[in-house]
Unconditional design. Structure first.
Length: 201
């Protein structure tokens, strides 16, 4: 707990995500081609998507892993600093592609389970008016005193753009607004497991 007190209040938790704009034209073209093949070969998955198309889990190729590891380096450095971690092994073998056409969206959900540590999203294509990414404030749940949260938003909306790469704890509940563009919105999502090796001291 952060013991920095102000006006007799203590800030218990921080709510953070990692966001970096890192457009990858080769990966983008590969993902769009792979999405086309998947739509022709199978019916996809129905998990958080309302309309649109979500692929089955796909093997994560080496170039995708390299891209993810490059972006995760800053997150890992911060994690080492806070937790005194000597090394962190990143384990992630699959990803999936999300396509949302007009009015399609992703309902509120989390990726918690199976020892998953982090969830990542990379926006391959994000036209104007194609929807924000929303994170739900779980402090609103289960309280019989809703007035104490007056002034605190239920959702925190992130206005993402094409090329945005995000990392956040897999327990964070999130959703995506309906796509109000005439073009499709395409992203990839993946889960990562962090294996910790702590300092002895």
């Amino acid at each position: 707990m952060d013991n920095n007190q102000k006006n007799n209040f203590i800030n218990l938790f921080r709510f953070e995500i990692y966001l970096n704009n890192d457009i990858q034209e080769k990966i983008n073209s590969d993902i769009i081609e792979l999405l086309t093949r998947q739509k022709l070969s199978n019916g996809g998955n129905q998990i958080s998507n309302v309309g649109g198309f979500q692929t089955i889990p796909l093997p994560m190729e080496d170039n995708y892993k390299a891209f993810i590891k490059k972006n995760i380096s800053n997150y890992i450095k911060n994690y080492k600093m806070l937790k005194k971690i000597k090394t962190v092994e990143v384990v992630g073998e699959h990803f999936w592609i999300n396509e949302n056409n007009y009015s399609n969206y992703n309902m509120l959900h989390s990726h918690l389970g199976n020892s998953v540590s982090l969830t990542g999203i990379y926006y391959v294509k994000h036209p104007l008016k194609s929807g924000k990414l929303g994170f739900y404030n779980t402090n609103h749940e289960g309280t019989s005193l809703p007035f104490i949260f007056e002034g605190f938003d239920t959702y925190n909306w992130v206005d993402v753009t094409e090329g945005d790469f995000l990392l956040f704890p897999s327990s964070y509940r999130h959703c995506v607004e309906p796509n109000l563009s005439d073009e499709n919105r395409i992203s990839i999502s993946f889960n990562l497991k962090l294996i910790e090796n702590l300092h002895d001291d």
